[in-house]
Design a binder for this molecule. Structure first.
Ligand SMILES: [Zn+2]
Length: 449
């Protein structure tokens, strides 16, 4: 039995693993098929279409949102081109791996090398912009200058494309040096401001090996995201083939990003997909659950509470509230019925019989009671030690149901109550049932003895 249970449990993950492996093999096969002559190419696993106006700022280096990527999906981005010497090599490497990327081109570079812009476009990559002159501190420039940089950059790349098409409305600010004015301006123009999820420091004076290490280490930390590189750096040219090979070895996939157009709607996504690490559905959320909407049953369906259920007086509520004088104030007029008259005798008869132990009287008290009773017995022939006397001359008005008076030691001879120990079924009747003629009455239950 145990074996079969564990066997059954083991079968599911194995099946899932097999399906996963087959899917992975299928994706790789598709990638290889899409990259003729390069069977080891990582390829481009999919293209996502994004709407800049719906998500104007992305990249977790600066913003809460990033591209809606699945685990182990990577978006390659290259800044500062086109610079023929290195940009062409980058394009060749990407072509050899059938990997599609996004290029943030500088307007001035595009003016000097318009053919490089068209090469990027013709290779199927996304052409985006990166200002006109690449100022190092755009966040400190007057906003008008920043606007001018952005617009001139777009105009220069548009001119270089030469076919009347515009670059993608994707913008990356040099050095990621943005300010509120730049962000607002970009959003007003329908531009998507791209930060990144991790850089590889390839603009610094480090080795190509270091660029490779940083790219892989930072990617492993985040599990997915936008990688920031530069296609004008020799160390990037040297590091890129190894990065792409290692990405494939570790099971990463390249995703290409293009902007939405009237003919090309945005890829449907859920809001949480734009977070780098959305909260898992398997983890309990800490928010309080929403109050469910209960259907009203209607007041007629609610049972009317019996008056006998109310064993307190409504006037107590107001008195208690006024005594307290603080905390949550109670309504001045209570919602409960204000009737304070006792219910009819028939209702009281239906009350449960109190337990005998309630009426137990300590041994010493019992002796006193017996002595007092004996004195009375001399003047009344009917009095016997086993008879319980209930005086109704002064009925137990302080008690709601009467039986409390029997549990108390007598305050006077007129209120004597005898309850010999061991009296089976000695359940005194409520005082309300006692005759109200000032004489003692015999309790019927005691006759049985
Ligand atoms: Zn740059």
């Amino acid at each position: 039995m145990i074996t079969s249970v564990f066997g059954g449990l083991r079968r599911q993950p194995l099946t899932a693993l097999c399906v996963g492996l087959l899917t992975s093999v299928a994706v790789q096969a598709a990638a290889a098929a899409d990259c003729p002559g390069h069977p080891d190419a990582i390829g481009t696993s999919r293209t996502i279409v994004v709407d800049p106006r719906a998500h104007p700022m992305i990249g977790t280096m600066q913003y809460a949102k990033t591209l809606p990527l699945a685990d182990r999906e990577v978006v390659l981005t290259f800044d500062d081109g086109p610079l023929p010497k290195y940009s062409n090599q980058i394009l060749d490497i990407l072509a050899a791996h059938c990997a599609k990327a996004t290029f943030f081109l500088i307007g001035r570079q595009a003016n000097g090398n318009p053919e490089g812009v068209r090469k990027v476009r013709d290779a199927g990559h996304t052409v985006a912009t990166h200002s006109q002159n690449h100022p190092t501190g755009m966040d400190r420039l007057p906003l008008d200058r920043s606007k001018q940089e952005i617009e001139q950059g777009i105009a220069s790349v548009t001119a270089a494309l030469g076919d009347g098409t515009a670059p993608a409305p994707f913008l990356r600010i040099p050095g990621l040096r943005v300010n509120n004015g730049i962000e607002e301006f970009a959003a007003s123009k329908g531009l998507q401001l791209w930060s990144a999820d991790f850089p590889a420091d390839d603009w610094r004076d480090v080795s190509a090996n270091r660029v490779y290490e940083l790219a892989m280490q930072r990617l492993e930390q985040k599990g997915k995201g936008i990688l920031l590189l530069h296609d004008i750096q020799p160390r990037t040219v040297a590091a890129l083939p190894r990065i792409l090979r290692e990405l494939k070895t570790r099971g990463y996939r390249i995703v290409h990003v293009v902007p939405a157009t009237p003919d090309r709607p945005a890829t449907p996504t859920e809001p949480q997909q734009w977070q780098l690490h959305p909260p898992s559905e398997m983890v309990a959320i800490s928010r309080w659950p929403k109050v469910p909407k209960f259907a009203s049953a209607g007041p007629a369906a609610l049972p009317v509470p019996a008056l006998s259920d109310l064993d307190w007086h409504t006037s107590d509520l107001g008195a208690r509230a006024s005594r307290r004088g603080r905390g949550v104030p109670l309504p001045p007029v209570t919602l409960w019925p204000r009737q304070t008259t006792l219910p009819p005798a028939g209702t009281l008869a239906a009350l449960p019989v109190p337990a005998r132990s309630i009426f137990k009287i300590p041994e010493s008290a019992s002796m006193t009671l017996l002595a007092a009773s004996a004195r009375r017995a001399t003047s009344t022939a009917q009095a016997q030690a086993r008879v319980m006397e209930v005086s109704s001359a002064k009925p137990a008005g302080k008690s709601r149901h009467g039986h409390a008076a029997a549990a108390q030691p007598p305050a006077s001879a007129g209120q004597t109550a005898q309850a010999p120990q061991g009296a089976a079924g000695a359940a005194p009747k409520p005082a309300a049932q006692a005759k109200r003629n000032g004489r003692s009455v015999r309790v019927a239950g005691l006759k049985k003895r």
